[in-house]
Design a protein around this ligand. Structure first.
Ligand SMILES: [Cu+2]
Length: 73
């Protein structure tokens, strides 16, 4: 068995204004394979994703867009 420390990725999401937005982003990112948990701060837009594997910028962006928001460069 290989035990690996989880990866943590932080992105800034644009356009969230309330807890419903945060939930939508959390739900979409949680559906990405390997994602363990998602922590969203609506006021700053900071989203920290904890995952079992290294996540690609494009798949994170795709999930955020699917939720209806965008990722800051
Ligand atoms: Cu909202």
């Amino acid at each position: 068995m290989i035990v690996q420390a989880p990866y943590r990725t932080t992105v800034t999401v644009i356009g969230m204004s309330c807890e419903h937005c945060a939930q939508a982003v959390t739900d979409e990112l949680s559906a990405v394979s390997g994602v363990r948990s998602v922590d969203v701060t609506v006021s700053s837009g900071f989203v920290t994703i904890t995952s079992d594997r290294e996540l690609g910028a494009s798949e994170i962006s795709a999930a955020v867009v699917e939720a209806g928001y965008g990722v800051a460069d």
